[in-house]
Structures are given as C-alpha cells and as structure tokens.
Design a protein around this ligand. Structure first.
Ligand SMILES: [Zn+2]
Length: 599
C-alpha cells in the first residue's frame, strides 16, 4: 500500500476548515476543484495552478460513482470526461512531480438528491467533524454548483468537482459570478460576451454544451479563488451570506450549523480578526459565530467589580469604541460633576448583535468592530439576547439598583419598568421618569445617580481606570491581576499601555490586549494560569507546532492571546491558531503564532 498524503491544517474559522495535503516535499493546497473533463486539480492559489491528477479505479475497475450524479453524467456526451471519475467515491490518487500519493477522502455516498437537501447534508458534514475534528478533507462528489460551492466551503468542505458544472452545461445553464442564467436569457441579454470576458465568451460564438462547460468550469474556478481570498481575509461568512439570497434551503443549512444544536461551533469560532470590521447586514448575522462566542464569554466569564452597586444600561453608538462617540461624550460631560460616577456604576452598553457590552470590553473584538443598521426596531431575538446578558451580569455582581438610560428601555424591560424591580434589585427607567417630570433625560440621570451614589464606595478616576483595564485583561487572557501596586495607564496614539513600575506590561490596543513578556513573567511567578500553552524546552519563534506542546490550560479558541512557556518560565506570547483541544492531538499544522519571545 502506498504512503498516504498527510493533512496539515491551516485555517480554522467557525465551521470552516482549510488545510493542505503533504507528502515529502510535495504540497497540494486546499480547497481545490477536480476538473473531471481534463483530469486536473484546479486550485485558487498561485503557484499551485496545475497538479497532474490521476484517478484510479476502485478494486475491480468498476465505475461506481453513486446515484444520480452517475446516471446524469452517463446521459451527457462524455467526450472529454475522464473514464476514472467513478473512482472518486472512496479515494483519489494524486501524482505530483512523480510523487504519487493517496488522498484518504472522507466521502459519504451523496447523490444529487442529498444536494437538494442542504440541511441533511450539513448534518452529515457536522457529524463527520464531530467524529474527527482534524481529519482528512471532506469531499462530496457532485457538490460545487451555484451557490453550493461557496456555502459548502464555509461549512467545511474542501474538495469540489466539476460534475455539477458539466451537468448544468448539458442542460444549458450558464454560470455567473453570483447565480446563473439559461441560454435563452443569455441571448436576450446580448450573448455571453456582454457578461464574461473569458476566452470562450469573448468570441461571442453561440454556446454549445462544450463551450458552456469550459465557461462554467472557468467561472467555478474564479469563484473558488474569490471565496478562498475571502476565507483568508476572515470574510468568507459575509461573502457567502451575500450569495445566499434566493436560496432559503442553504440559509436553513447555515442556520442549522450556526445554531449549535447539531455541533458546537463556539470552540472553533474566532475571538480576534486581523481584518476587524464585522458587518451585520441580515438577521441571520446575529448568529455569526464571532458574535455568539463574544456573547457566550460575557455571559459566562464576565464578573463585575465587587464594589459596584449600580448597573447602568447605556445606548450604543455607531462609532466605536463607544466612548469616542458623540452620544457617550455627551453623557460623560453631563455627568462630569459627579466625580467618581464611573467607579460606582457598572456601565453596560445595550446593543445588537452583542446583547450588552460591559464598557471595560469596548476595545475588544468584535465590540469595537461591528457595524449594524440602526432602525429603532428590535427583533424579538435581539431583545432576548440583551435581557439574557443583562441578567447574567446582574446576577454576578452585587447591585442595589439597575438604572436604564436607553431611549427604548421599555422595549427591553417593560415589566421591570412597571414593577420597579429586576431580579431583586430596584429598576429605574430614566427616560420614563424624565417624561413624568417633564425633565431632560440626561438631567434626570444625573439627579438619579447623585441620589443613588450617596454613601456608596467610590474609587478615584485614575484607579478606576486601572481596575477597568485589569477587567479587560481578565476577560481576554483569563488572568486576574487585582491589587497590583504601581500600575499605570499611559495614553498612546496606537492605544493605551499598561505600565508596572514604569515598564510596559500590556498593549491595550483595539482588538484586545496583548501582554508583554514582562507581564507573562509576573503571571508565571504568581502561578496565575490564564490561557497558557506549556511547551518543551525550546525558544519559540514563528509558529509553534503541536509536536512541541505538552499541555494547554484555559478555554482557548482561534485568535486568543496565549502565554507560552515551560513549567518553570514563560518563553513567549502568541496567538492561538486552533482551539486548545486540537493542540493536544497529533494534528499537523501550526498551533500558536508567536508575537514576542525571550531571547
Ligand atoms: Zn465566460
């Protein structure tokens, strides 16, 4: 038996997984498209444009491509089709520069009937992921039409083939960048040269099935290139959602997967992105795994400062971080006479799609990056998620009073406004109070805070600022740093810095804090755990691989900042590329990218 290609993981992003196949020096990047008419691997990445592909037949040499794909392919003039397509069912042989290797493909016997039931298909994909989170690539013979290719890439499929494009060509379907036309529509619009400048369409000659297949396969390849680019940029989900208009069956599959009932997507979701903007365009974007992860972490990991007795609910703003917005600056200037109001109030910004954001976390991803159309209308699920998170924060703190300073507060908390109580704390809706008295809401807020703050423990603004930064660090790194002396916040153009005894401990930039080795050292000596990766004794540079990792602590998702070191001493600070649970497997591929290391 021949040695197999091994799988190396490159990208984990929610349900998406993408890697490469390695054998010796030969590498084949995924995703790729199997061109059945030419026997080539079409790849979106430059430098990997052409790999000689050999299909081999199964055992007795029978073509046994299952189900309807096979039947329908038989009906086409098979002219250019490789006689070996049937062997794709279970495995595939790739030959690169004379090196031949078997790709151990996981492929269910999925006929085109299953492709008509995307929800069931996604259930099968998720069960494969469940069984083997870091297994060989998923290949679904017959997948790769419009728009299944992009959405299946999002759902974790890495190998596609051109059989659907060939079948569609045979039935006169012309592929577009988004969607498709039939040949009659194509004529009405003035022919293919109007829509496409590929070598086939440019000539303007009439489309026969052969020319249509050429165009369709070319288009499929361009679409895969675009989707791959979006994947690398961290924007595949956004791209896919843009393509799903008119395809409720695929939206249902995405909802099913993101909903988390079949498979828990959260450990695979990202807590940080280089390209930071997170757009919320559709209602389904509320379930974007990035948002779900943030909500989950606030709900389960955020603990308010103990001395805070008031929970102050504030409106959000289009500008991020919130504190730079006009709304929030107006509130701050209206309250500036109440010296230490920020230290008594746990500020919580009520917002969709994150539910509610503790002000300390306003610079973290995605709190500082999301962008949602503001209409003043709130969906039921937005109200529910806000109430959930406000309740969780309320239950974790020691609050006497909830003060709601949100113009639409009565939509979120109608009963609490009526009864004047929420989970045992008193509840005040400032706007309603102000309306009753004929006062301006901001004046009324000042009045209420003045009254409620009376006799409460306050902390000087500078100390409060430090306590809030430590909360941000606790949330982002899992490290508690209370009661440290000589800590200082330094304002810098790129973001604030946390200093200790004059030395830089953490960069508090937008996107989340990045600790220095100095801080890692402090934490190590104190036995603080946090998100920590223990490695064998080597100097970690560039990328740390699983082979060198001994143990992992804390819940780590891709994008998390982690501290790296031996049991005795810290060696580096880095960013996780994969979930913590995958770092202890024999998976090939990078586990942590080093940001800074000891010398
Ligand atoms: Zn074309």
């Amino acid at each position: 038996m021949e040695e197999e290609w091994s799988y190396r993981l490159d990208i984990i992003d929610g349900p998406t997984r993408c890697g490469q196949l390695e054998k010796g020096d030969a590498r084949v990047h995924l995703p790729f498209l199997l061109d059945l008419s030419r026997g080539e691997v079409l790849h979106p990445s430059p430098g990997n444009a052409k790999v000689e592909l050999r299909f081999t037949r199964n055992g007795d040499g029978e073509n046994d491509l299952s189900g309807k794909v096979k039947q329908r392919l038989d009906r086409i003039d098979a002219g250019g089709l490789s006689p070996g397509v049937g062997a794709m069912e279970n495995e595939l042989f790739l030959e690169v520069d004379g090196s031949r290797g078997r790709i151990p493909l996981i492929s269910e016997r999925l006929s085109s009937m299953l492709l008509d039931d995307p929800r069931e298909l996604s259930r099968i994909i998720m069960s494969l992921r469940e069984k083997a989170p870091a297994h060989p690539p998923i290949f679904i013979p017959g997948a790769g039409g419009s728009p299944d290719m992009e959405v299946l890439l999002y759902l974790g499929v890495e190998v596609f083939d051109t059989s659907r494009a060939l079948l569609d060509a045979a039935s006169g379907t012309y592929y577009l960048q988004n969607g498709e036309l039939n040949t009659r529509e194509l004529e009405r619009i003035g022919g293919p040269s109007v829509l496409c400048s590929c070598s086939i369409c440019r000539t303007g000659a009439e489309m026969d099935p052969g020319r249509l297949s050429e165009h369709n396969i070319g288009m499929l390849r361009r679409r895969l290139s675009l989707a791959y680019l979006k994947l690398k940029e961290g924007r595949l989900r956004e791209h896919v959602m843009g393509l799903l208009s008119g395809h409720p069956e695929w939206v249902s599959a995405v909802r099913f997967v993101e909903g988390g009932t079949a498979w828990d997507v959260l450990p695979w979701s990202r807590s940080f992105r280089k390209v930071g903007k997170a757009a919320v365009t559709y209602r389904d974007d509320l379930s974007n795994p990035d948002f779900r992860l943030f909500r989950h972490r606030v709900r389960t990991n955020f603990t308010p400062l103990e001395h805070r007795k008031l929970l102050l609910l504030l409106p959000c703003s289009a500008r991020k971080p919130y504190s730079l917005s006009r709304t929030h600056r107006t509130i701050a200037s209206g309250l500036h006479r109440l010296k230490s109001w920020k230290s008594v109030c746990q500020r919580l910004v009520v917002t969709s799609p994150l539910g509610a954001v503790p002000m300390e976390l306003e610079t973290s991803y995605p709190a500082a990056h999301y962008d949602i159309p503001v209409t003043g209308d709130w969906f039921h699920d937005e109200v529910t998620m806000t109430r959930d998170i406000v309740s969780a924060v309320l239950s974790r703190g020691d609050f006497d009073t909830v003060v709601c300073f949100h113009g639409e507060g009565d939509r979120f908390f109608p009963e609490e406004g009526e009864s004047g109580s929420m989970m045992g704390s008193s509840f005040i809706n400032v706007h309603i109070e102000a309306e009753r008295k004929g006062a301006k809401p901001l004046d009324e807020l000042r009045h209420i805070l003045e009254r409620e703050m009376n006799g409460k423990e306050t902390v000087p603004p500078r100390d409060n600022d430090i306590l809030e930064k430590l909360k941000l660090i606790e949330f982002s790194l899992g490290i508690r740093l209370e009661n440290r002396e000589k800590l200082k916040i330094k304002r810098a153009p790129s973001g604030d810095l946390l200093l200790g005894n004059g030395r830089k401990l953490a960069d508090l930039k937008i996107g989340g804090p990045v600790p220095t080795l100095e801080l890692a050292n402090m934490v190590w000596n104190d036995g603080e755990q946090g998100r920590r990766v223990i490695i064998e004794d080597f100097i970690p540079r560039g990328t740390i691989f699983n082979q060198g990792i001994i143990s992992v602590s804390g819940d780590i998702v891709p994008g998390d900042v982690v501290l790296v070191g031996t049991e005795d001493a810290p060696k580096a600070v880095g960013r996780a590329l994969v979930p913590g649970s995958l770092m202890r497997t024999d998976l090939r591929g990078g586990a942590v990218r080093v940001i800074a290391h000891v010398r």
